[in-house]
Design a binder for this molecule. Structure first.
Ligand code: PLP
Length: 399
């Protein structure tokens, strides 16, 4: 048998790779690992959502459903998007998926053709580039501009414009962005949409962190008039409701695309789990106060992590506006310790039991000088973890 060569080009998610590395190190060294690695809220799924799933199981909602999702959930999602963003959609604009990742895959399948180019604003979530490659397209990365620690990163639209070619099929943006925490201004989103429309491209907007916004306003692509003509929205229940293991997400787009992707979905996964979809209805229609409570805790952690990182010599931390990540520059630390980014990450894990991710999991442009930390972890761990990072840096400084 010959294995599909395209599979060999795929790379896995570094967050998952380092999760198992951390487990290995914990086993070998007996150290308790403080993880700033994987991006998953450390809150239990909210109880009213769990109860809804249990009820659904008891009511026998355990079989296959419509592949695009149960009509009740599609309707609920459409109403929710209309109420929150004035999206102007109905259930036919919504396809329920098995998590945000499946939504990313389907969105790309929907608008990315072989031998085209996909512009991906980076530092970014790794999956966009992987799926583009798998579809026979070329990911073209558009680096955000590093403005120094007082500002962080900014999107320069000229950088996007100069990479648009007759081969471009899509632009991908993650707003708020993993890993930088950037929340893109309304003007930038509007300008990206205009570019997409003027060049007949798709703007894929991954907004799975839309609730995790601490400073300023969030602007969704779905707030733009006529957005479905050129945009595809990626969404997930994973982060907002702390439901990462439930595998529930959706994409929203124009009816024609959703209907075609429905056929793809039935070929791929038949449907999202039945009782999980019923729990999804409860999530969207039910009480949002646990979400707001979680986000207010994350905001405290954000400030704490920022303050602690800023105290470490050579770490250039900036205050991100959204998501739950920080992406500080550590070039001076690497210089003064003589370590590469890989050395830094592996040695910090082995010697201090602290897991951070190397920037090169998210960016080829900035990857060798930055690290990502998720602050979806308890405040005590943030305190202790940053103390250990500080110690590590001090111990290895050569100058
Ligand atoms: C930007 C972004 N999109 C999508 C996902 C995937 O989410 P899900 O767990 O719903 O597949 C993640 C997960 O970390 C993410 O960071």
């Amino acid at each position: 048998m010959r294995i599909n060569y395209q599979l060999r080009e795929l790379e896995g998610e570094q967050a998952f790779f380092f999760l198992s590395k951390a487990r290995e190190v914990a086993k070998e060294t007996g150290k308790e690992i403080i993880s700033f690695g994987i991006g998953q809220p450390d809150f239990d799924t909210f109880s009213h959502i769990k109860e809804a799933a249990k009820r659904a199981i008891d009511e026998g909602k355990t079989g296959y459903t419509e592949s695009a999702g149960i009509p009740e959930l599609r309707e609920t999602i459409a109403n929710y998007l209309n109420k929150r963003y004035g999206a102007g959609v109905n259930y036919k604009n919504v396809l329920v998926t098995t998590g945000g990742k499946t939504a990313i895959f389907l969105a790309m399948v929907g608008v990315v053709q072989r031998d085209t180019e996909v512009l991906i604003v980076e530092p970014s979530y790794y999956a966009y580039g992987q799926v583009a490659k798998f579809l026979g397209a070329r990911p073209i990365y558009v680096p955000l501009k590093w403005m120094g620690k007082d500002i962080g990163f900014e999107l320069d639209l000229e950088e996007v414009k100069k990479r648009i070619s007759p081969k471009t099929s899509a632009i991908v943006i993650n707003n708020p962005d993993n890993p930088t925490g950037n929340v893109f201004e309304k003007e930038k989103i509007k300008a990206l949409f205009d570019l997409a429309r003027d060049h007949n491209l798709a703007l894929i907007s991954d907004e799975v962190y839309d609730y995790f916004v601490y400073d300023g306003d969030f602007f969704s692509v779905t707030q733009l008039g006529g957005w479905t003509e050129n945009s595809v929205l990626i969404q997930s229940f994973s982060k907002t409701f702390s439901m990462t293991g439930w595998r529930l997400g959706y994409l929203a787009a124009k009816e024609e695309l959703i209907s075609l992707l429905d056929t793809m979905a039935v070929n791929l996964y038949s449907c999202a789990p039945n009782f999980v979809q019923w729990a999804g209805i409860e999530a969207l229609n039910g009480d949002f106060s646990p979400t707001y409570k979680m986000i207010s805790e994350f905001n405290e952690r954000r400030k704490l992590l920022y303050n602690r990182l800023s105290e470490i010599n050579g770490v250039e931390a900036y205050m991100p506006g959204g998501a739950f990540y920080m992406f500080p520059r550590i070039a001076q630390v690497l210089k003064s310790t003589g370590m590469s980014i890989r050395d830094f990450v592996f040695r910090l894990l082995r010697e201090k039991g602290v897991l951070v991710l190397p920037g090169n999991s998210f960016s080829s442009h900035y990857g060798e000088e930055f690290i990502r930390l998720s602050y979806a972890t308890k405040r005590e761990k943030i305190e202790r973890g940053t103390e250990l990072i500080k110690e590590f840096v001090e111990e290895h400084k050569k100058d």
